[in-house]
Ligand binder design. Sequence first.
Ligand code: NAD
Length: 508
Amino acid sequence: MRVPSTEKRKTVFTEAMEVFHAAADLIGLDPRVRLELEEPDYEHIFYVTATLNDRLAPIAPAEAARYEKLTPSKIGAAGLVPLYDGKFILRPDALRGADIHIENGVIKLEGKGLYRIEEGQSQRFKAYRVQHNQARGPYKGGTRYHQDVSLDLFKVLAAEMTWKTAIANVPFGGGKGGIKIDPRQYSTDELEAITLRYMYKLKQLIGPDVDIPAPDVGTNGTVMAWMFRQYSDGERERHTMRGIVTGKDVRIGGSEGRVKATGQGLAYCVEEWFKDKQLPIKGARMIVQGFGNVGSAAAEILDSMGAKIVAVNDADGTIYNPDGIDIPALIAYTQDKSNLKRSVAGFPGAQAISKADFWEVDCEVVLPCALGGEITAEVAQRIKAKLVAEGANGPTTPAGDEILAARGIELIPDIIANAGGVTVSYYEWIQNKRMEHWTEAEVNARLEFAIKSNYRIIQDIALNRPRRTPEFDSRPFVIGRELPTRTAAMVLALKRIEAHYLIEGFSQ
Ligand code: NAD
C-alpha cells in the first residue's frame, strides 16, 4: 500500500498564501481569524450545458480536388461568424434566403474555399464561484472565462479580493468565479446562452447584498448585462437589483470611469512612485504585458501623462518601438473588427520581437497586465527596469519576488496596484443603490484619493514610518520594522479584516 506523504502539497493556492502567513506571523494575527481566512467560506463547483451551432471547418487540401466542381453557396456575412482558428460558426437563421449547395457535408463558400459542416453539439462546461470571506461586506470579485482555470486558481483569486477590498477600504469581502472555456471559440449568441445558464445556477448563491460579480479576463460589460438580465428576469422589483453585477455599460447603470478604472488606479500608483523618487514620468520608458482591459487603459493613461510605452506583449505576439509606440493607434488596431484575436501582433508602427526579448527591453517600469505566474525567477533575472507595477493578479511568483528584491527592483503589489477596478465597482454599487449617476470627474477624484492614500499607508508600513496627515493615518498599521512592500500591503489588509472579528466577535 502506498503511504500517503506527510509533506504538504505545494499548489498555486498554498504558494499564493505564503505572503498571508508571513504577514499573519509578523502581526500575531488572532489564531481563529487565521483559520477563518486560511480557506474560503464556500467553494461552489457546478456545470453548465449549452447547445452549439454548426461549425464550418476548412477541409484538408488533399480532399479539396474532389469538390472542385461543387457550386458555390451564397450565405450573407451576418450568417457566418469567423473564428480565429479559421473556422466559421454558421448561424441557422442566416440559411433563410441563402443559396446553399452541399455534397457529402462539404460546402463551398463564395470567395472563401471549401468547408466541412460539423454538426453543432451539446457541450458541458465546468463552472465555479469561490466565496472567500465576508467579514467586511458582501463577497466581491470578477468572472473569468478562460481555458486554464481551476478551483485552486479561483481560491487564489477570491482570497486576493478579500485582501484587495480591505486595502481599498471598500465594504466588501472577496470572491471570484467563472467558466473553464476559451471564449474566442464561441459566437456571441453561444456565449450569451452559456452565461445565462451560468447565472441560472449561480442565482441561488449570490445577490446584490450577498455576492457581486464583475468582469475579469475573457468577460466584459456585455457579459455583465446578460448576467443582470438573467438574475432579475421576471422579478417585480428588478430595478432594485442592478447592483447584482458591476462593470455594466454606463447606459444601464454602470459607472463612468469603470472601464478604465483598473488601469487608472495603476497609473495613480506609478505616478506616486515617480513623485517619491523625484523622477519625471515624462519620457519614462515602460513595457506592458497584456493589452486587454487593464493593459490598454494603463498604457493609454500613462502615455497621456508623458510616459513612453516601448514594448507590448500579449498572448499572440510582442511589438517593440524604442521611440515609443503610438498607443491610441494601437488601441484602434486591436479593436478593429478584422483583428479577430484583438492582438497587438502585426501592428505596423512597431517591430515584432520574441517574448523572451520583451522581458529584457531597457526601460524604467514593467507593467504586467496579463495573467498570473509570468514573472518567474528566470524572468525576474532578466528584467532591466527599476519598478514592477502589477496590473495583473499574481503575475510574480514567490521565487520571482525574491530575485526582484535581491536585484533592488521595486514592486507595487497587485492588491493595491490593481485595486482601482474594485474601488470604482463599489462606486457603481452605491450609485445603483441610490439611483444616482456620478460624473467621470467625481469618480476619478474619489478614486485618486482612495488609491493614493492607501498607497501611502502601505509605503509607511514598508518604511516603518508612522504618520498622521489630513488624508490618512498609518500609525495603527506600522509594525516597528521595515517590510517588503508586498508584506506591508498584506499587513494593512489583515489588520483591517481582523478588527471586524475582534470587535464584532464570532457568530456561533
Ligand atoms: P483581458 O481579457 O481584457 O486581457 C488579457 C490580456 O492578456 C490580453 O491582451 C491577452 O492577449 C493577454 N494574455 C493572455 N495570456 C497571455 C500570455 N500567456 N502572455 C502574454 N499575454 C497574455 O483581461 P483584463 O481584464 O485586462 O485582466 C488582465 C489581468 O488584470 C488579470 O490578471 C485580471 O485578473 C487582472 N485584473 C483585472 C481587473 C479588471 O477590472 N478587468 C481588475 C483587477 C485585476
